[in-house]
Design a protein around this ligand. Structure first.
Ligand SMILES: Nc1nc2c(ncn2[C@@H]2O[C@H](COP(=O)(O)OP(=O)(O)OP(=O)(O)O)[C@@H](O)[C@H]2O)c(=O)[nH]1
Ligand SMILES: [Mg+2]
Length: 274
């Protein structure tokens, strides 16, 4: 199935998440929602994404988990009304380290009922992204809702060339996920607590695919939600030189290999024709 056809199909499945439905959910539930942004030098976008997130119908608290940014990300985030914490370890890339710290803050210290992640470098974020992710979790009664989008042809190289092909081989039941590395992911407190208890989670770029695989292997149901197009500044960094994604590619790759070993999937490579 082409990416576009898959997008259309999933879009059709999610059209019920319209504004009326979301308003009903907001009035029907008393939920504490926390939005978490991992950040590393995002001063050009951080104020806007915090402001946009704050206008979600679910009235979320906003946490920023910063990577000791050398620019004014942390200051601007504080001024924009977010709670800013620094990721606990000086590991870089440290997106996984930051996300786990954000979860501990959200679900343990702040008793969030629902916590979701958004990337901080998105230049076309709207509050509907949060509304749709939270609404999908409640309406579809799934355990994790995950954003997917239309991407530029040269964007998302690690997704297209590493994550999806390797899922096809080792975890074929997950091959329908359009954006297995999506940074836009939402779940209830109980789901996050279970994932935090699992040993061996990655501290770097492997965390997103690890959340997807671990959730599925433990019998939970994830659902993708179409969020439109995604414009983000990190694409500007590597669109002229995809080699800048080498570390991300390596960490995603080793995470899938480790998960394949853990879940006894390595024999599946014998089915691949070369
Ligand atoms: N705390 C923390 N945040 C990070 C780190 N690396 C990246 N981030 C943040 O994680 C989010 C996603 O990073 P991006 O560089 O945009 O990566 P991406 O868009 O997922 O990947 P591509 O699609 O390949 O560009 C952004 O908000 C970054 O600022 C890190 O080491 N620590
Ligand atoms: Mg990005």
């Amino acid at each position: 199935m082409s990416d576009m056809v898959a997008s259309q199909n999933i879009m059709n499945m999610t059209t019920h998440s319209d504004n009326d439905d979301i308003s009903d959910i907001v009035t029907g539930y008393d939920l504490k929602v926390v939005t978490i942004f991992p950040t590393k030098n995002e001063e050009s976008t951080i104020e806007n994404v915090i402001h946009v997130a704050s206008t979600s119908k679910f009235n979320p608290e906003v946490i920023v988990v910063d990577a000791y940014s050398s620019d004014s990300t942390a200051d601007l985030a504080t001024k924009a009304g977010a709670t800013v914490i620094q990721q606990p370890e000086h590991v870089f890339p440290g997106k996984g380290n930051a996300m786990k710290a954000g979860l501990r803050e959200a679900v343990r210290n702040r008793a969030a009922d629902i916590a979701l992640f958004l990337d901080a470098d998105i230049s076309n974020l709207t509050s509907e992204w949060i509304d749709k992710l939270v609404a999908a979790l409640i309406q579809n009664n799934c355990d994790m809702s995950r954003g997917f989008y239309q991407r530029q042809p040269r964007d998302a190289a690690v997704t297209k060339l590493i994550a999806r092909p390797m899922l096809n081989i080792f975890f074929p039941e997950l091959s329908h996920f359009e954006q297995p590395l999506s940074g836009e992911v939402c779940a209830r407190r109980q789901m996050w607590e279970r994932l935090l208890e699992v040993q061996g989670s990655p501290d770097g770029w492997g965390i997103d695919i690890w959340f997807l695989i671990e959730t599925a292997m433990r019998g939970y149901h994830s659902k993708e939600v179409f969020l439109g197009s995604k414009n983000h500044t990190s694409y500007e960094d590597y669109k002229e030189d995809v080699a800048k994604l080498g570390k991300m590619a390596e960490q995603v790759e080793i995470t899938i290999i480790r998960e394949a070993i853990k879940y006894g999937r390595l024999h599946l490579q014998g089915n691949v024709s070369v």
